[in-house]
Design a protein. Structure first.
Length: 119
C-alpha cells in the first residue's frame, strides 16, 4: 500500500485547509485509517482516526470540534477538513493505515504534507 498525502500549505490563523490521502496498491476499504502530525523535536501526535466503514471517528482533544475526518472508499481516499486553524496546528501531517493480512498487521505511512499556520 502506498499513501500519498496532499493539500497542505501556508495559511493564516482562522483559515481552513482540506488534506487528502490517496491510497494505491490495495483497496483500503476494509481498514481503519488515521491522521497524525509531527513537529521536529516532538513525538508524533495522533490527530484523528476513522473506522473502515466510517461508523466511528476519533479525535485528539486539541482538534475536536475544528477538524473532521472522512473517507471515500470508492475513491480509496481519506480526508481531513481542518477549520479554525491555529499556529499550534503547524506540523507535517501524515496519513496512516494498518492492513491486516492473515492476522498480521502491517503499518503504512504516507510521506506527509506540511501545514503552516501563521498568526
Amino acid at each position: 500500500v502506498q499513501l500519498q498525502a496532499s493539500g497542505g500549505g501556508s495559511v493564516q490563523a482562522g483559515d481552513s485547509l482540506r488534506l487528502s490521502c490517496a491510497a494505491s496498491g490495495r483497496s483500503i476499504s476494509s481498514y481503519d485509517m488515521g491522521w497524525f502530525r509531527h513537529v521536529p523535536g516532538k513525538p508524533r501526535e495522533f490527530v484523528a482516526a476513522i473506522k473502515s466503514t466510517s461508523s466511528n471517528e476519533y479525535y485528539a482533544d486539541a482538534v475536536k470540534g475544528r477538524f473532521t475526518i472522512s473517507r471515500d472508499n470508492t475513491k480509496n481516499r481519506m480526508y481531513l477538513q481542518m477549520n479554525s486553524l491555529k499556529p499550534e496546528d503547524t506540523a507535517v501531517y501524515l496519513c496512516y493505515t494498518r492492513v491486516v493480512i492473515n492476522a498480521v498487521g502491517y503499518d503504512y505511512w504516507g510521506q506527509g504534507t506540511l501545514v503552516t499556520v501563521s498568526s
